[in-house]
Design a protein around this ligand. Structure first.
Ligand code: NCD
Ligand code: ZN
Length: 346
């Protein structure tokens, strides 16, 4: 067990982030920019970011909302729909600022109504992505209402991901926010073109957290938290040093009123303390020496981007997460609200 009081690591990147748009950008972006050098920005706005032009404009709004002197770089993505064309994919690759395409099965999660209804139908687009070397980022949950919510990732592997891996061997895929031992096993058994992001919430909590002391909408996200044995499999994957597992927060802010509602929506906000959460997990697993690989190297290597060169430091020092953060004209309840964390960003 490492007893270090201070750790320094090459500046990490967040390979799965929801930044939203409009007046909230200026409230949440500083949290990410203080910690991370780059982030893969998810395209599930309303309407979704489906074209290179939309991504260019969104990127500019993000850059405009950054704190002065920030070097943070948003890595943009396109939202795959039934109507995406191979031409748009080639244009995306040429843009230089689009780094991936996100696949949401239609109806799987927040703002996924425009998602793909049948992955077979977008075959030509996926082939062009393989040719251009643009990775496909997968929200890996089957949407079949007959499948138990807690089994949707495992069933997705069988029904969609395995056939897809076989059909287009040259396509790079990131299995986003994995939540199960099944997903961990799949990544371990698949050659290098399959990577996976892991969120802080799925490393820290199991599904009991949704029901502890009454139903807690702030612990609801998609894919939903799973059993303890799955959490343990994720911790072991993240801390293993295997380069196919890397950091992706899936930080997904919603206004407090949308969470604390009769039909609370899915998503947890973790950007305010993202690297601190991961440090705590790695520390508790006795694997602080593996944090830098997971947080700062593996993702960049998978995407074929240079590693960052500057550094951040964390100190072992207790601090309390605020109960509420600003979110435009609304309020945001952050992950770990009111709780004491053991690592502080310097
Ligand atoms: C995300 C959101 O709110 O945009 N919600 C979530 O629970 N993760 C969508 C997503 O990534 O599934
Ligand atoms: Zn997400």
């Amino acid at each position: 067990m490492s007893m270090s009081e201070k750790i320094s690591l090459v500046r990490p990147d967040d390979w799965h982030l929801h930044l939203r748009d409009g007046d909230v950008l200026a409230d949440i972006l500083p949290h990410t920019a203080a910690r991370f050098g780059r982030a893969i920005v998810m395209p599930n706005l309303k309407p979704p970011v489906t074209t290179v032009e939309q991504a260019r404009d969104y990127r500019q709004r993000i850059l405009d909302a950054l704190p002065a002197r920030s070097d943070f770089e948003p890595l943009m993505t396109l939202y795959l729909t039934d109507n995406t064309t191979p031409e748009e994919i080639r244009k995306a690759r040429r843009s230089g600022f689009i780094h991936a395409v996100k696949y949401y099965p239609a109806g799987a999660t927040t703002n996924s109504d425009s998602g793909v209804t049948d992955i077979q139908a977008v075959h030509a687009v996926l082939e062009s992505m393989a040719e251009e070397g643009l990775p496909l980022l997968v929200h890996g949950e089957i949407t079949d209402p007959a499948v138990d919510v807690f089994d949707r990732e495992a069933v997705f592997i069988e029904r969609v991901l395995l056939p897809l891996l076989a059909r287009i061997p040259a396509l790079k895929i990131v299995f986003e926010h994995i939540t199960t031992a099944d997903a961990v096993d799949l990544v371990r058994q698949t050659p290098e073109r399959l990577g996976a992001t892991i969120t802080p919430q799925h490393l820290m909590m199991n599904r009991n957290a949704i029901f502890q002391g009454g139903i807690n909408p702030h612990h609801y996200c998609l894919p939903v938290l799973k059993r303890e044995e799955h959490r343990q499999a994720l911790v072991s994957a993240a801390t293993s040093g295997d380069p196919r597992f890397f950091l992706g927060t899936d930080s997904a802010p919603h206004p407090r009123t949308a969470k604390e509602s009769a039909c609370g929506c899915a998503g947890m906000y973790s950007a305010h303390a993202a690297i601190e959460f991961y440090a705590q997990v790695f520390d508790e697993a006795g694997a602080l020496d593996r944090l830098e690989g997971f947080a700062s190297f593996h993702g960049a290597d998978f995407y074929g981007l240079p590693r960052n060169t500057d550094r951040i430091s964390l100190m072992r020092e207790a601090w309390k997460v605020p109960e509420i953060l600003r979110f435009g004209k609304q309020e945001l309840v952050p992950l770990g609200a009111g709780e004491v964390l053991s690592w502080r960003l310097l």
